[in-house]
Design a protein around this ligand. Sequence first.
Ligand code: SF4
Length: 307
Amino acid sequence: MLSRGLKPKPYPSDRSIGWSFSTLNMFQNCQRQYYFDRVSPRWVSFPEGKLRELRAIKSLPILVGDAVHKTIADYFQTCLAGNEMLNNDFYSSGEEIFQHVLKTSITEEQRQLEQEAYKAKVEEATKKVSDMLHAFWGLDLRSEVADSLRLNPEKSFIDPSGVSQFYGEFRIGDFRGYAPPDLVYLKKNGHHEVISWKTGLHNVDGFLMQLAGQVLFCIYSFDLPPERLTAKVVNLSSLEGQPVELQGSSSTLERCLERMRREVAELVAKFDNPQMRVPKAMEEFSLAPTQNICTMCKFKSICEGPQ
Ligand code: SF4
């Protein structure tokens, strides 16, 4: 069940290849990594069980991001239900969530580092989670959003994080995209705002593309009017970073959509049958152009790339 609030459109099932930032970003960094990670195991000549094991491996920065996103979403769900949460409860909830994701995941760092070095990395990651949650709690935006959620729960939406695999899909004619926003709330001026929390390096171009996907989702799935829709990134690891903002009716959004269509066309060209997702041969998916992309790649053990 999705949380109460804005309702995403229920689209009929469709397996054709669409746009999502993480998928296209991986494809552009290393097509072979995309092949190992996203192509159906039935087409990859490697034992399926082992492939699935490799796919499940995460990295510490991903786990940090997951824990921070989940802690913030839980906090805003509490506000949406009309309840309060104290700062110390928020911080301890974040610590518990991070410990839980650590226990239930295998990371590339764990596989590559000696025990002591891994322990030091985990301590560093735990501090990062705590620093970002403190940064979040100090934001004026936090209380503004909390008040809006309590007043307008039906006009808001919080990412149900994994509860529904369909949340985040939008369609424009035959173009499919996937970009679930972290949060959508009603501002005092009557406009909706999309907030995208970030927890890593401040990648302005990548953030803008992700935000564009989320704005398109709000326009095409929630049916929110573009001229009354704004969006911004809040990077909790770099609050002073260059602002990344977008308006629903801007030409920048149009340009991002054109770029998405081009990126999907490049990906589709790697498939013999894009509708059924039947890929071309593995060799058609090129290796990473530089070795530094391979450093933390979970597919190193099965790849002939430049490691
Ligand atoms: S090891 Fe390097 S070339 Fe091979 S899949 Fe990973 S990133 Fe790509």
